[in-house]
Design a protein around this ligand. Structure first.
Ligand code: AMP
Ligand code: ZN
Ligand code: FE
Ligand code: FE
Length: 275
């Protein structure tokens, strides 16, 4: 079967710029056949994406991108094909969203101590969905004139290890993989090239990880080759996508440029059937 799939897209339900329906239209324009909407700690955009997909002849796979804590790092784990109405999953997501709100308030508190008079309400004005993140804080900082640009907001204040940075509580990587599995989904380690070491990859494989996101804008040829090697050695699945957020952040052009063949998605489905 011909065609391409992009299994890593963010919408306004987390920190993306476009609504699920807008993303589906863009996906159609770039010639994608299958997409997954993978909002941070949220499944709220999936139904709109599926409905819009039906109108536009795009298949939509239920997805999400969960954060997990590993030592003092955060890793991202993608879930696909899960029952997004699963009670335990929905309850866990509400918990993660509450933790996100608590953490956003702490970051605002740190900014206030640095004499930046940002309020949590002005941050929440930038949130459409249920998952507040640092990108919303960055946008509020820019709109209120405390930073010149989105990237400067991260660099000066809220990026990892910067003065107003605050960690957030998450499940362990193992519990995250289990959460996805108990909801009937497949779990994939997201963009490992950004921060992940081999120790974590092997810990996750032991915990039942289904695959690795091999294709990602942050992976050059060497990393694609390297992760593909691990995938084949440990009988894992491969995934990939553009991690598209859209709009002002300048990654619009990435939609359609980072994709996997439909046949790779078929391999995921075979794994689901054999589970
Ligand atoms: P959060 O989940 O709230 O910690 O926000 C993480 C998101 O912020 C990531 O998915 C990126 O989109 C964005 N981000 C993190 N660090 C940076 C950075 N240094 N520059 C720009 N965007 C960043
Ligand atoms: Zn994001
Ligand atoms: Fe991520
Ligand atoms: Fe992402």
């Amino acid at each position: 079967m011909n065609g391409k799939a992009d299994l890593h897209l963010h919408t306004t339900f987390s920190d993306g710029v476009y609504s699920p329906a807008e993303i589906i239209k863009k996906a159609k324009d770039t010639g994608l056949r299958i997409v997954s909407v993978t909002d941070h700690d949220s499944v709220s955009g999936i139904e709109e994406a599926i409905a819009s997909g039906k109108e536009n002849n795009i298949e939509v796979i239920a997805g999400m991108e969960l954060s997990a804590s590993f030592d003092d790092m955060e890793v991202h784990i993608l879930g696909y094909f899960m029952d997004y109405k699963n009670k335990n999953l929905v309850a866990s997501l509400s918990g993660f969203q509450e933790e996100r709100l608590k953490r956003a308030k702490k970051i605002v508190g740190k900014l206030n101590q640095m004499n930046i008079p940002l309020t949590i309400d002005s941050v929440l004005d930038h949130v459409n969905g249920d998952s507040v993140g640092r990108p919303h804080i960055a946008n509020a900082l820019v709109d209120e004139g405390h930073a010149e640009s989105y990237h400067e907001a991260f660099q000066r204040y809220i990026g990892d290890g910067r003065p107003a940075y605050e960690q957030k509580w998450n499940f362990s990587p193992e519990d995250t993989v289990r959460l996805i599995a108990q909801a009937g989904g497949l779990s994939f380690l997201a963009h490992p090239g950004r921060s992940v070491n081999e120790e974590l990859i092997f810990r996750l494989i032991k915990a039942g990880l289904d695959g690795i996101e091999v294709i990602h804008p942050s992976h050059g040829h060497d990393l694609v080759y390297y992760y593909r090697g691990i995938v084949s050695e440990y009988c894992l699945l491969e995934s990939g996508g553009s991690d598209f957020h859209g709009g002002e952040r300048g990654d619009d052009e990435a939609l359609g440029q980072y994709s996997i063949p439909i046949s790779t998605v078929e391999m995921m489905r075979r794994r689901l059937f054999s589970n």
